[in-house]
Design a protein around this ligand. Structure first.
Ligand code: SF4
Length: 519
């Protein structure tokens, strides 16, 4: 599974659709989380106000990110933390590997963190000869399976209990069992030993508070607590967008995040870490390193539309609500960030040329926008990225034409690579689609043509309608008209009404006139 890439999204999605076990696991999990989220949100009377407030806080942060980051760094350092800046994944990985080297570390425990998945930290650490073990149960399962996470908060959502049991038997040599308590206790036994032997603990960060230099990490298993307090050195990798201005802002986000993610009122553990331990008898690390990661975030920040992607608090609610994710799961996206938010973040992180299929992985139904606790308008972002892809293709097309006409023409290098990549990206320019839209525009611009078309459609549909429906299973329509047949293969098409609105309107006017005639 982990070999899947963003560039092969269409093929990945098709393969996932054929995996009955995967779709069953996804259906159960996403509907369960969706139901729980709704119940938890309904339990708060001011849910909508909280969403609005959270978005306002995020907007404030994003418009003043430089100032809040400086405040965060100053306060974190005054409490003993050491802050490092990383422009991209490579720099972040280098910093972590250097720190591991400086401490002669061999064994590392790690808690669940999307940002470390984003930079492929494990691969880099292992390349440097370090042993890394994931300590979140879901992450541990997929690490054993050699896979990537398929959900932001439930990394092994795609696996059934039976598959996990088989994996444990194969990798850990236990007797076959489907007893969940037994499986959990086996994992706990393995992980406890690793905590005790670890030289360094690595975590992500849910929120960083500028006012106090605090980092906050949410979890349910207690593994973050152990990762961040047992080893002498704790390295926290944090995206620069995770900042909140004030400690009191946590109140809003702690109400929204657990409810949106798992339907809990609060996660079981909240690790609130402000600097290193003060006294020897205190719990906590002797050294705390916070790696602040940009990796494309400044680019997103620069544009008013894409900026809102950075408001995401990684709750995963949009994944559970998305009809596309519900069918294909996370691996098909070929990215650590799947689902609706992945479809907008990934192309911005790795470039449209490599992920041009993702913004099209949506029906634009708006379910993601409805559930998002920080009111991110994902459909707007998807349309924005689609427009950029189309512009890239057009630019590449006209350049090729220009080069064809004038063989000696110098083509500016800047922007060309990206446009070429978009043009090669697997998003096919459907000629038929272009023609269809031109005809549609022509028809909509001419009332006479529009009316004539409606009449012709009403006549034509008699040939293909069965029991008042078009596209009913077994109907001739899908067999007769291949391009339209693709639409009706899995769904009905609404027939054109027997009387158009214009006709009804005209009849109504005529009746009104008749009524108004003096008798
Ligand atoms: S986009 Fe919204 S719903 Fe989706 S993960 Fe981010 S915060 Fe949650």
């Amino acid at each position: 599974m982990s070999h899947l890439t963003t560039e092969t999204f269409d093929a990945n999605a098709r393969a996932a659709l054929g995996d009955v076990q995967l779709r069953g696991a996804l259906r159960n999990a996403t509907s369960l989380f969706g139901t729980r989220r709704l119940a938890a949100a309904n339990g708060l009377q001011n849910w909508q106000e909280l969403r609005t407030e959270a978005r306002a806080i995020k907007d404030l942060v994003l418009l003043n990110l430089d100032r809040y980051l400086a405040e965060f760094v100053s306060n974190a350092e005054s409490c003993g933390a050491q802050v490092h800046w990383a422009r991209d994944a490579e720099e972040a990985n280098q910093i972590v590997c250097r720190l591991a080297n400086e401490h002669n570390a061999l064994k590392i425990v790690k808690s669940k963190s999307m940002v470390t998945e984003e930079i492929h930290l494990n691969v880099e650490l292992e390349r440097h000869g370090l042993e890394v073990i994931e300590t979140d149960l879901g992450e541990y399962i997929i690490q054993l399976a050699g896979e990537a996470p398929s959900h932001i908060i439930v990394p092994a959502i795609h696996k059934t209990k039976r598959q996990i049991a088989e994996l444990f038997t194969e990798k850990l040599g236990i007797e076959p069992t489907d007893d969940v308590d037994r499986l959990t206790s086996v994992a706990r036994g393995v992980l406890r030993q690793r905590f005790a032997a670890a030289d360094i603990g690595i975590s992500g960060v849910n929120f960083g508070v500028a006012e106090t230099g605090t980092i906050l990490i949410l979890e349910n298993e207690g593994n973050v607590r152990l990762t961040t307090s047992l080893p002498k050195v704790h390295i926290a990798v944090m995206g620069i967008e995770k900042i909140l201005p004030r400690f009191a802002d946590l109140d809003v986000f702690l109400k929204l995040l657990p409810r949106s993610g798992t339907g809990q009122q609060l996660t079981t553990y909240q690790s609130i870490i402000t600097g290193t331990k003060r006294k020897q008898s205190d719990e906590g690390p002797e050294e705390l390193h916070i790696v602040l990661l940009d990796n494309g975030r400044s680019r997103m920040l620069a544009h008013p539309v894409t900026r809102q992607s950075l408001a995401c608090i990684r709750c995963g609610a949009c994944l559970n609500a998305c009809p596309v994710y519900q069918q294909i799961g996370g691996h098909a996206y070929g990215s650590v960030y799947p689902g609706p938010i992945g479809a907008v973040i990934t192309p911005q992180l790795i470039g449209l040329g490599k992920a041009a299929q993702l913004p099209y992985a949506s029906s634009l139904c708006g379910a993601c926008r409805e559930v998002c606790p920080v009111k991110i308008d994902i459909p707007e972002l998807l349309l924005h990225l689609r427009a950029e892809i189309t512009e890239g293709q057009k630019a590449e097309g006209s350049r090729q034409k220009a080069v064809g006409r004038e063989p000696g023409l110098e083509v500016a290098r800047e922007g060309r690579d990206q446009d070429e990549a978009v043009a090669r990206s697997g998003i096919k320019k459907h000629k038929m689609e272009g023609v269809a839209f031109k005809l549609f525009a022509l028809m909509m611009g001419s009332p006479g043509l529009y009316e004539w078309n409606g009449k012709a459609g009403r006549l034509f549909q008699r040939l293909v309608m069965r029991d008042g429906r078009i596209g009913k299973v077994g109907a001739t329509f899908s067999r007769l008209a291949p391009p339209l047949g693709a639409w009706t293969r899995a769904r009905d098409m609404r027939p054109i009404a027997q009387r158009s609105f214009r006709e009804l309107w005209r009849d109504g006017l005529a009746e009104d006139r008749q009524r108004d005639q003096p008798h």
